[in-house]
Design a protein around this ligand. Structure first.
Ligand code: ASP
Length: 355
């Protein structure tokens, strides 16, 4: 079994930017305070998304920034259409995540990162804050949209989580889930990310990390919260490794009594600190505002132990939270006014606060 420092070395060496078009050196590690510029006013209803946290800058995102912004805008608008029509937060979360899974730009679905062996193993989960029903899938190799299968596990099985071949057999049995050959998940960017990780591993060096996992949380017009997360995991992962994204309470959590959270970052830390549930527990039991609860976990608990990453969240009153302990986290929100706000780094925050 790995001890903590061995595990951390393994994980850090294994992390590579989803953004390997980034040619700039990674910024020096620093104690980054989450700027988190959430909406000044609570949303009557709306949604928040993320596209992964990591040590990147706007310059290092380069040309990809505009394309990412456009895809995130599409995802927010898809969620907004569902919510504006009186649809459920679950449908909004799923709809937004499917769009991000179909984009090659993010580490989920089409753009999933590669394992050490050069395969792709996808994880996802979804949770209904009204019923506390949840569905999760892990280690998928042929499913185009893992979030759809997670939803099916939630709604059509007595189980919460299914993995690998079993999950895919369930998908076949149920029907309505699109299968793709493993080659579908090839992107040059993710392949290069694996090569860099393998090189870095040889030199025991650290490479820039931009995780690229996607997630969404939503509050619908009926006052119901939902959350979902989808990922290819960590570049260079081995031995059937599963991260936090499909783990209810770590990568995803939704409960109408407190909040909805989707996480991104080094999953091992998010699992051990049960991040998503811990934030919601602080909201409920300690009556903390959601942003303060998120900062106390992401910066107060995770940052000192090297648990890089962040979260997006919404509480039952429509307060938006965004918190991260690295230099950037792709993130956006939209409320009933239909105005989408999309940000990547700490510096974007100031601009978003303007009316
Ligand atoms: N949390 C994901 C995992 O550990 C990775 C990420 O968020 O980028 O699998």
């Amino acid at each position: 079994m790995f001890n903590e420092s061995v595990m951390r070395t393994f994980v850090v060496a294994a992390l590579v930017a989803g953004a390997l078009s980034c040619t700039q050196p990674a910024p020096a590690p620093q104690a980054q305070r989450s700027p988190a510029a959430p909406a000044a006013q609570p949303l009557r209803w709306g949604m928040v998304i993320h596209t992964g946290a990591g040590n990147f800058t706007l310059a290092s995102l380069g040309d990809r920034q505009e394309a990412m912004r456009a895809a995130m805008h599409d995802a927010l608008m898809a969620g907004h259409r569902v919510l504006a029509g009186g649809g459920s937060s679950l449908d909004a979360v799923q709809g937004a995540i499917v769009i991000m899974e179909d984009s090659p730009l993010f580490n989920a679905g089409k753009g999933a990162v590669f394992t050490h062996e050069g395969t792709n193993e996808l994880d996802a989960s979804i949770m209904d804050g009204r019923t506390l029903q949840a569905g999760a899938v892990a280690g998928l190799t042929h499913i185009k949209n893992p979030i759809r299968l997670a939803r099916l596990v939630m709604e059509k099985s007595p189980h919460v989580m299914m993995a690998g071949d079993g999950a895919e057999a369930f998908a076949k049995e149920q029907g309505g889930i699109e299968f793709v050959p493993p080659g579908y998940f090839y992107t040059e960017r993710s392949w290069k990310a694996l090569q860099s990780a393998l090189e870095a591993e040889k030199k025991a060096a650290q490479v820039e990390s931009h995780h690229g996992t996607v997630g969404a949380v939503a509050l619908d017009q009926h006052g119901n919260l939902a959350a979902g997360t989808s990922t290819g995991g960590l570049t260079n992962k081995r031995f059937g490794r599963i991260g936090d994204s499909p783990i209810v309470g770590a990568g995803t959590y939704a409960n109408n009594r407190n909040c909805a959270i989707s996480s991104t970052g080094i999953g091992e830390f998010f699992i051990r600190y049960t991040v998503a549930h811990d934030i919601c527990a602080r909201v409920e039991y300690q009556k903390m505002p959601i942003q303060a609860a998120a900062d106390s976990v992401i910066q107060g608990m995770l940052e000192p132990v090297g648990g890089e990453g962040g979260i997006i969240g919404l509480d039952a009153a429509g307060n938006v939270a965004m918190s991260f302990n690295v230099t950037g986290m792709g993130r956006g929100y939209i409320g009933s006014d239909g105005r989408a706000v999309i940000q990547f780094t700490a510096d974007d925050a100031a601009a978003a606060k303007q009316p």
